[in-house]
Design a protein around this ligand. Structure first.
Ligand code: TLP
Length: 344
């Protein structure tokens, strides 16, 4: 039985070109900045994202953590969405390891946080309050169904943030999906931010790695923070080689995932008992609600799995499907047939 794995785009396996590049990678000790392949990836990433410098890290979580540790001191406050990955899924690492205090604001359905709420949350200089230091946005927004933030919105947040002397970080784990969906350069989406983390190991299909981008001084601090959390890697060129292929060969094809996501959402919307708005699907992530007498989402996910379709239960009545490199348009049709059968 062919398995159609829609749990995440993190499940993607390296392409043949990546495996070849990894096998042939020229390497050195990256803690000494002597790995030529890592250096090449960091230069390429900085150039693509339009920032002066970049740093390879082990994961998106590590990228967001070292970014927060580099912008904030102990007791400083970050302002971020209550649905953000940083708040929801990163174990509170910034608090646990950096003493950084998170102030959450409600994310709207489109992944934005209302500007007036951000402004109201910025603390005045008062001995009772922590110091507001950093605003964090997420583009695309995972828990808001892969919605994307426009440059107009990000620019407006950045203007506000700057007026008050704060910094802006983007968790851009899937910022290349946003750029492809908008038909824009990633650099235009990243321009308003002081720092951006993006992932090589999601839709871009590299096996490991994320990259933090920002100015030289910020990346120098992030390099120290990466080392302190044990993220200084040695012959990391083996990883970086796949990252270079990801950035040069795998970006444009993300459009296929977006098309497949839309087709999946349209098909799901026609199945009785499934609730999803196909018009809300902007990139490769589809969240949908399911209602079936006597069966909750985890039970349905188990049944779908037995029929070869893997999705992630995200609540008692909700599931997530993420389109990715290994899922073809034909697979989407097959998956829809399985959904119809299980929902009957
Ligand atoms: N997201 C994973 C899970 O952790 C939920 C997924 O399957 O979607 N930012 C965003 C927006 C993310 O979606 C993720 C991973 C990360 C950061 C963290 O990346 P990793 O897994 O590399 O630490």
């Amino acid at each position: 039985m062919d398995i159609i794995d829609l749990r995440s785009d993190t499940i993607t396996r390296p392409t043949a070109a990546m495996r070849k590049a990894m096998a042939e990678a020229e390497v050195g000790d990256d803690v000494f900045k002597e790995d030529p392949t890592v250096n090449r990836l960091e230069e390429l990433a900085a150039q693509r994202v339009g920032k002066p410098a970049a740093l390879l890290v082990g994961s998106g979580t590590m990228g967001n953590l070292v970014s927060q540790l580099s912008h904030c001191g102990r007791g400083d406050e970050t302002i971020l969405g209550d649905q953000s990955h940083v708040f929801f899924y990163e174990q509170g690492g910034a608090s646990a390891l950096g003493g950084i205090h998170p102030r959450t604001l409600p994310n709207d359905m489109d992944g934005t946080i209302a500007l007036e709420k951000i402004e109201a949350a910025i603390r005045p200089d008062d001995v009772h309050f922590p110091i507001s230091r950093l605003v964090i946005l997420e583009n695309t927004h995972n828990r808001c169904s892969g919605t994307l933030l426009t440059p107009a919105y990000t620019t407006a947040v950045a203007r506000l943030v700057k007026q008050h002397g704060l910094k802006l970080h983007i968790d851009g784990a899937r910022i290349f999906n946003a750029a492809v969906a908008l038909g824009m350069d990633v650099a235009d989406l990243a321009a308003p931010a002081d720092s951006v983390t993006f992932c090589l190991s999601k839709g871009l299909a590299a096996p490991v790695g994320s990259v933090v981008c920002g100015d030289e001084a910020f990346i120098a601090r992030a390099r120290r923070m990466r080392k302190s959390v044990g993220g200084g890697m040695r012959q990391a060129g083996v990883i970086a080689a796949a990252g270079i292929v990801a950035l040069t060969e795998m970006v444009d094809r993300l459009a296929e995932d977006h098309l497949n996501a839309r087709t999946l959402a349209e098909g799901l919307a026609e199945i009785p008992g499934v609730l999803v708005d196909p018009d809300a699907i902007a990139t490769n992530i589809v969240y949908f609600r399911v209602a079936k007498n006597g069966m909750d989402a985890p039970a349905m996910v188990a049944q779908l799995g037995e029929s070869g379709v893997r999705v992630l239960p995200t609540a008692k009545d909700q599931m997530r499907a993420v389109l990715n490199y290994h899922v073809t348009a034909a697979n989407v049709k097959q998956a829809l047939a399985v959904f119809s059968r299980v929902m009957k």
